[in-house]
Structures are given as C-alpha cells and as structure tokens.
Design a binder for this molecule. Sequence first.
Ligand code: GUN
Length: 297
Amino acid sequence: MPSKQPLIIDGKSISVKVKESLVPTIQKLKKQGVTPGLAVILVGDDSASQSYVRMKEKAFEAMELFSETFRLPEMTTQPELEQLIDELNREDRFHGILVQLPVPENLNELKIILKIDPGKDADGIHPVNLGRMVLGVEAPLPCTPHGILMLLKYSGIDPKGKHAVIIGRSNIVGKPIANLLWQKRALGNATVTLCHSRTKNLPALCQQADILISAIGQPHLIDRNYVKDGAVVIDVGINRVDDPAARRGYRLVGDVNYMDVIDKVAAITPVPGGVGPMTIAMLISNTVYLAEKSIQT
Ligand code: GUN
C-alpha cells in the first residue's frame, strides 16, 4: 500500500494552464488579423453529444476564439453532410472542422472523416494525420490522447520505461494513446499492452500496469483487483448512470471505481474533472495550431 497520499490529477486546473500557454500565440495571430476558428458539426439529438458540443462552444467563447456549430437533423444524408464539409473546407474563417462522434447509424463515419481537409482536422483523426502521428511526424494529435499526455506531463509523470496498460481500442482513444505512449519521443518510451473486449484475464494484466488507462465506457468496472499498488490510473470513461436523486436524473461516473482504488494508487484522475476538460483544451490547441499552419507559407 502506498504510504503517501495519492495525487489527484486535476484536469480542470491543468486544462487552464494549457489554455493559458496558448494565449501568446492567439494574440500574435489576432494581430495578424487571424482569429482561430472552429466549425462543429452535430448530427442528430444525442443528449451527451449535445452537452459536449455546448461545452466546446463555451470554451471557445471564453478564450475569445471563433466557433460555429452546424446542427443537422438525425435524418441528414451522407451527400448532404459531405457537401457541408466541402463548403467548410473552403471557408477561410474555419481553421478547424470537427464532426461530433458518434454520428447516426445511417452515416458512414470513415467517409465523413476522409472528407475533412487534413489541414483542418481539429480532432487529429483523419487517416493522413493518424499516419503522420504513427510515423512520428508533426500533426494535430487526437484530442483525448494528447490531453492524457498533458495530464502526465503537468503531473511530473514520465512514461519512459513504464508499463502502460490501456483498456479499449477505439480509433479516437485506445489506438492513438497506445501508439503515442510507445513512441520514441517526449512522454513516450513506455512499454504498452492494449487490452480489449476479447482480452483474457483482464484483471491480471491490469495489475501489471504502472500506468493504467481505461477507455471502455463501463461504469466502475475497474476496482482494486485491477490495480497494482502505486499505479497511476487515468480514467477516460464518462458514463451516465441513473440517479433519481440527481437534478438531471443521472450522474456521471468513470470506468474506475474511484473510492475502491483510491488507497492503492499513486495518482488518479477523477470523473468528472480529469480527462474531460483536457479534451477540450487540446481541441483549442489543435485549432490554434491549424490556424498558425494556415498562414505559414
Ligand atoms: N465524441 C466523443 N469524444 C469526441 C472527440 O474527441 N471528438 C469528436 N469529434 N467526437 C467525440
């Protein structure tokens, strides 16, 4: 059992530091007549997606950046959506474009992402940018994985030589964070195990983790049986569970049973207030980066 108090990794305050670090670049761009701008496309009325998009809008407003949300009906067709992306690709006021995922089932997610100009890919999920990331070439990085690296950096946790175990193989979290953590670069050089729904004996693998990252979307799956003494635990899950006592009728919980593991860990992210705010900070960072790139010759 770790003798020291665990470090509660405060994503809210670290996200503020990341956003503050962008201010000089934003001011420089504005002096050149460029306000970094983001187009957000939201298809359908999934309430979690709506709330994420509202948070993104508010964050851009608070940073005095430009954003516009295009809210499309659930029944939007693939050609209609692709036509909108084509138009946004051509509009100079948007340096970044984001399609909130998941999209309704009748739409083809890959074809949508492929439509986005890689030079405007605020989410860093276009295959060109993911390919650049894998090759270790500069690119906008996927926001949540990039945010996790920043949480580690600002908490003084260097993954080098550590065993990172990741649960979940999604395109926007599991696959890219696994890749970033083993790369030969700052905040990389870890040894990585990627677990998923078919992994056998998940608790035993997780117990070997110096850094355990859960991104599976199963409320409180990870209890103390999955956690090694002194581990760093990063909880990417944001799960809605029914709670009649809560104002909205639900509350948000992570993949990790925080109270069950807290006395074992060296550091842990809370939910909410851990990874979530970082995803938005890195979206701002990517938009500013893309705006800078857009005026470089
Ligand atoms: N849905 C959940 N997280 C994300 C994200 O980071 N980007 C997009 N586009 N959709 C999401």
